[in-house]
Design a protein around this ligand. Sequence first.
Ligand SMILES: NC(=O)c1ccc[n+]([C@@H]2O[C@H](COP(=O)([O-])OP(=O)(O)OC[C@H]3O[C@@H](n4cnc5c(N)ncnc54)[C@H](O)[C@@H]3O)[C@@H](O)[C@H]2O)c1
Length: 367
Amino acid sequence: MPKFRFAIVGCGVIHGTHIDAIKALPEEAELVAVCDEDASRATSAGTKNGVPAFTDLATMLKETDFDILCVCVPSGLHAKVGVMGANAGKHIICEKPIDVSLEAADALIDACAKNSVKLVVISQSRYSTGMRKLKQYLAEGKMGNLCYAESVTKWYRSQEYYDSGGWRGTWELDGGGALMNQGVHYVDQLLYAMGPVKSVAATMATRAHERIEVEDIVSATIEFESGAVGTLLAATCMYPGYRQGLEVYGTGGTALIENNRMRHAQFTDGTEKRGMFGVEAKEPEIKDFKAQGAETEENSGGTHGASDPTAIELNGHVEHFKDLIGAIAENRDTFMNGKEARNALELILAVYQSARSGQRVYLPLSE
Ligand SMILES: NC(=O)c1ccc[n+]([C@@H]2O[C@H](COP(=O)([O-])OP(=O)(O)OC[C@H]3O[C@@H](n4cnc5c(N)ncnc54)[C@H](O)[C@@H]3O)[C@@H](O)[C@H]2O)c1
C-alpha cells in the first residue's frame, strides 16, 4: 500500500507531536512538507525533517502533492486554514479545539463534506486507558443510571506561557482561556461519557495572570439531557498544576479517572475494584479500540501538561492518525469527527455565555 503523504501547517509547540506520530507509522505515513508563516520556524522544521518548507499555505497546496494536512496553527485559524486544505482535496487532521466559533466549525465541517474529505479533530484523551475502561463499563451497563459527573482540569500556566505567543489568551485566536485551550480535552471526555448537555450555569474569573483577555478559572454546573447532574472546572491558575480528571457516579457504581488512568472503579455487584490505594482488581478487557495494548497503565498518566504545555503524550495522536488512515481506506467516518468536536465547542461557548450573562444557558446555542 502506498504511504499517505502528510504536510503540516503551523510549526510551533504542537507540530513536533504530529511529526512524531507520522514517524510512529513508518509503513503507512510520511511527512512531505511543512509550512509556517514565520520563515525561521518553517526553515528549521523543514531542515530538521528533510522536507521542503513553505511560508504560505496556498503555495504549499499548489506545489506539493500530499493527502493529509495537519492543522497546527492558532485555534482561531483552524477553520480558515482547514477549509483551504479541504477545498484542495486534502483530508484534515485539526488540532483541538475545532475552532473558536460555531460558525467557523460549521464552515470546516461543511467544506470537508462538500469535498468528500475526512476530518479528525484531536482529542487524545479519548484513547487513554482510563476512558477506554470507562466506556467499557458504560457499554456493559455496570454504571447503572448515571447520577453525577465531575470534570476537572486543575492546571497551571505561567505568565511566560501566555506572553510566549501573541495569540495566547486572546478571545479572537485562543477563543477563551483555561476552558477553551486546556479544559477542552476533558470537556470532550465529559460529553463522551455522559452524553448531551441540556443547560449550564457558570462563573469565571482571571485571578493569576496579566495581559490576557480570557479566564484562567471557570466553574460550571451542568444539567445533562439524561437528567444527570454535573460540574465542570478548568483552571490554569492552580500552581504548580495538579490533576485532570473525570469522576462518574451511577446507580451501579463509581469510576474515577485521574490523568487519563482509571484510578478506582467500584460496582454495587462487587465484581470490580481497581486502581489506586493498593486495591487489587481484575483488569477489564479493552474491546472498543483497535489499538488494544498500545498504551499501558504504566505509560498512561504522567503530568499531561499540568504545568508544562509541551508535556504531551504521543499515543493518542498516533491513534487519531491511524483512525484517519483507516477511515480513508475503508471510506468510513472518523472516530473523532467534526460533529463530536463541535459538541465540545458548543458546551464551552455555552459556559462562557452563562458566565458573561449571569444566566443559565440552554443548548443548542443559536449562534
Ligand atoms: N492536543 C494537544 O494536547 C495540544 C497541545 C498544544 C497545542 N495544541 C493546539 O495546537 C494549536 C497550535 O498551538 P501551539 O501551542 O503549537 O501554537 P504555537 O504558537 O506554538 O504555533 C503556532 C504556529 O502557527 C504559525 N502560524 C500562524 N498562522 C499561520 C498561517 N496562517 N499559516 C502558517 N503558519 C501559521 C505560527 O507562526 C506558529 O509558529 C492550537 O490550536 C492549540 O490549541 C494542542
